[in-house]
Design a protein around this ligand. Structure first.
Ligand code: BGC
Length: 415
């Protein structure tokens, strides 16, 4: 068959708890979203009510043809206070995992996807070295309760994203990192010390990155110590960085800070999750705008599906790990562009496989149109549309298209 993938190749879609579940009130993002003059376009609110609708959502994935589902368990629900682990929340996630297995879907579980419990962030968050033990403790408790049902485990989602944001902000402002004034104001209003308030995405990565790496390693060991047999890895925001003439030295430096040091840190892991959406062009002094005339997605990125091939190649080479594409997708209202994007990205995956690179699977972001963080609900990354008034799900043509690719394990039927 044309464009055949290897036997056992994993085909899935992804979500993250805060973006789809709704009502994540014990998290650090909740007050940031609800603040007057928030940096978020709108609050997450009820999101897609996936907390209650998970079973029909997972059943729909199966009917569409997918074999895997990547989702995150929410630390703020499982440990809403430092002294309290919620058995009810863990039971909920056992039911979600059970639903995956009943439907014949491999569950790929992320333990941290951007949000943390508010108590944790108030008390130093990711900037305090205590985060390493705190995160490992949460992972151990969760893996003890859930580990026998997990197919693949991802510790931290995009552990290098804060470094990307920090470096890009430093370049734009031509100075060292400073916390956003509005985040600091929310911290103060919560009675926290803004200097110690360190949410994952808004932290100074010069301080937090060593903690992310240490937390990943300790958490991976903690998950395995429970007897959980799932392969354990981390996922990274692997931007495809391109040097424009004159930008070679800066590109090399950024590529090392944002990608290279993480690739080195995860050597020996069971797998590495690659998450690529576009490319970034870099000139002598900083980031360059999207080239004139290029197609732009709803996120303002260049439409550049070939980025995935480039990042798989460099991630595999530098980390030595088997690669799982844990996210790839596009924010667009035009679903025909989602299909075009994904097809070209998958052609790149096929070229990597043909060159002998160990790519285990492709997980599309996202299953549902969901809460796109600071952008609110405007960008549409979903294969499945969601009417947020009725919570009705409507698969888009791209969902049927990618589901069919998954079913035949090949890009195109025989010509
Ligand atoms: C994140 C997702 C996000 C997606 C699209 C990734 O950086 O892991 O949470 O929705 O990109 O922007």
């Amino acid at each position: 068959m044309a464009g055949q993938f290897p036997e056992g190749f994993i085909w899935g879609t992804a979500t993250a708890a805060h973006q789809v579940e709704g009502g994540n009130t014990a998290s650090d993002f909740w007050p940031l979203e609800m603040a007057a003059n928030s940096i978020f376009a709108e609050p997450s609110g009820d999101a897609c009510d996936h907390y209650h609708l998970y079973d029909s959502d997972i059943g729909l994935l199966k009917r569409l043809g997918f074999g895997a589902y990547r989702f995150s368990i929410e630390w703020a629900r499982i440990q809403p206070e430092e002294k309290f682990f919620s058995g009810a929340a863990l039971d909920h996630y056992r039911r979600v995992l059970g639903s995956c297995l009943t439907h014949g879907i491999v569950p790929i579980v992320t333990f941290h996807h951007f949000t943390s419990p508010l108590w944790f962030t108030r008390d130093g968050g990711w900037a305090d070295a205590a985060c390493v033990d705190r995160f490992a403790r949460y992972c151990e408790r969760s893996a003890k309760a859930l580990g026998d049902l997990i197919g693949y485990a991802c510790t931290i989602n995009e552990a290098n994203l804060p470094m990307m944001v920090t470096r890009y902000t430093e370049l734009a402002r031509r100075g060292p990192y400073r916390m956003s004034k509005r985040v600091a104001e929310v911290a103060a209003a919560l009675g926290a010390d803004p200097a110690r308030f360190a949410p994952f995405l808004f932290s100074d990565a010069n301080r937090t990155t060593p903690n992310f790496i240490a937390a990943h390693k300790k958490a991976a060991a903690a998950i395995k110590s429970t007897g959980c047999k799932a392969p354990v890895g981390i996922t990274l925001a692997t931007q495809d960085l391109h040097a424009a003439p004159g930008g070679e030295a800066l590109t090399q430096k950024l590529d090392h800070d944002i990608n290279g040091r993480f690739f080195e840190a995860v050597r020996g892991d069971d797998f590495l999750g690659v998450q690529t959406y576009s490319r970034t062009r870099i000139g002598e002094h900083g980031l360059l705008p999207v080239p004139p005339g290029a197609e732009v997605t709803q996120m303002g990125y260049e439409f550049f599906p070939e980025g995935l091939e480039a990042t798989i190649r460099s991630a595999a080479k530098q980390s030595g790990c088997p690669i799982l594409v844990t996210e790839n997708g596009i924010g667009t209202e035009d679903d025909t562009r989602r299909i075009a994007y994904t097809e070209r990205a998958l052609q790149g995956v096929l070229r990597c496989l043909a060159d002998g690179i160990d790519v285990r699977g492709y997980i599309h972001w996202s299953m549902l149109d969901n809460y796109e963080w600071r952008e609110g609900y405007r960008p549409k990354f979903g294969l499945i549309a969601v009417d947020r008034a009725t919570q009705l799900r409507t698969p888009k043509p791209s969902a049927f298209w990618l589901g069919a690719v998954a079913k035949r394990n090949a890009l195109a039927p025989d010509a």
